[in-house]
Design a protein around this ligand. Structure first.
Ligand SMILES: Nc1ncnc2c1ncn2[C@@H]1O[C@H](COP(=O)(O)OP(=O)(O)OP(=O)(O)O)[C@@H](O)[C@H]1O
Length: 250
C-alpha cells in the first residue's frame, strides 16, 4: 500500500522547536488540511512530509521506505510540492512555467496539465510573462505547474502550502473541487490553509497545529473543539451561522 507515514517528526528552531514528535499518515485518496496560527509549524510539517525539510528526529516513509533514500528523479514522479513562496529565477511565459512541471515525465503525456489549465482558467494567460501577472494569476500559474507534475493515480502525493492565498472565491472553489477530484483518483493530498471558511464542506481531515505539535485532528472545525481552537488561535472561539458562502462546483 502506498501510504506516506510520518513518525515522531522533530525539527529544532533557533528559539523553540518547530516540530515536536508529530505523527501523521496519508493514505491514497485522502485529503489532509493543516491549520493553525502564524508560526504554528504548518509549513515545516508540510515540507517535512514532502521530504524537503531536514529532520532532527523521526522519519517519513513512502511505501515503507525512508523518503530520504528515494532517488530524486523517482520522488519527483511521485510527489509534487507548492512551497509558500516561489521566487522565479527567470521571467517565464506562463506556458513555459507550467511545462517545467512536466520535466520528471519526459516520455509520458497525461491529462493533469490540461486539467489544471482548464480548472484554473489559464488558457488566455499562457503567452503572458509571469512577472506581468497579478498576484492571484501568478498563484494560479504556479499551482498549474505543480499540478502538471502530478500523476493523478494512487501512489502520487501532492503538497500545497497555502494554495488558497491570493485566489478569489471562484478559483478557491475550483481548486478545492479539483483537489477533491484528485483525491478521488487516489492522490494523497496535504495542504495548509488560513481560510477556515473554505473548509466547511470539504471532505478532509483537518489537523490543528500549535507550537509545533498537532493539538487535534477531525473532519470538521467543530470536531476539533472550541478549547483546542481557542488555545491555538489565542482567543475565545464561537461557532456561528456561516456568514460567507464559498460556492463550490462551478
Ligand atoms: N528556516 C527557519 N529556521 C529557523 N526557524 C524557522 C525557519 N522557518 C520557520 N521557522 C520557525 O519555525 C516555526 C514554524 O514556522 P512555520 O513556517 O512552519 O509556521 P507556519 O505555521 O507555516 O506559519 P505561517 O502561518 O506564518 O506561514 C516558527 O516559529 C518560525 O519562526
Amino acid at each position: 500500500m502506498s501510504d506516506l507515514t510520518a513518525s515522531e517528526l522533530s525539527v529544532q528552531g533557533t528559539q523553540r522547536p518547530r516540530l515536536t514528535a508529530v505523527n501523521c499518515r496519508v493514505r491514497p485518496g485522502e485529503l489532509h488540511v493543516l491549520i493553525g496560527a502564524n508560526g504554528a509549524g504548518k509549513s515545516t510539517l508540510l515540507a517535512s512530509l514532502a521530504g524537503l525539510q531536514p529532520l532532527d528526529g523521526g522519519r517519513v516513509q513512502l511505501n515503507g521506505h525512508d523518503l530520504k533514500h528515494y532517488p530524486p528523479a523517482e520522488l519527483a514522479r511521485r510527489r509534487a510540492v507548492l512551497p509558500q513562496s516561489n521566487p522565479l529565477a527567470f521571467d517565464y511565459r506562463v506556458g513555459a512555467l507550467i511545462d517545467l512541471g512536466r520535466h520528471p515525465h519526459p516520455q509520458e503525456t497525461h491529462t493533469a496539465k490540461h486539467r489544471a489549465i482548464q480548472a484554473l482558467d489559464l488558457g488566455r494567460l499562457l503567452p503572458r510573462r509571469v512577472h506581468t501577472l497579478s498576484g492571484g494569476e501568478r498563484q494560479r500559474a504556479q499551482l498549474a505547474r505543480v499540478l502538471a507534475q502530478l500523476v493523478p493515480a494512487p501512489g502520487s502525493f501532492l503538497f500545497l502550502d497555502e494554495p488558497l492565498a491570493a485566489l478569489d472565491l471562484r478559483y478557491r472553489s475550483r481548486l478545492l473541487t479539483l483537489l477533491e477530484e484528485l483525491a478521488g483518483d487516489g492522490v494523497g493530498i496535504v495542504i495548509s490553509v488560513h481560510e477556515l471558511d473554505a473548509l466547511h464542506d470539504l471532505d478532509a481531515t483537518i489537523h490543528l497545529l500549535h507550537a509545533g505539535a498537532v493539538l487535534a485532528a477531525a473532519p470538521t472545525l467543530e470536531g476539533l473543539g472550541a478549547q483546542a481552537l481557542s488555545q491555538a488561535y489565542g482567543g475565545a472561539v464561537h461557532f456561528q451561522q456561516r456568514q460567507m458562502v464559498v460556492i463550490r462546483g462551478d
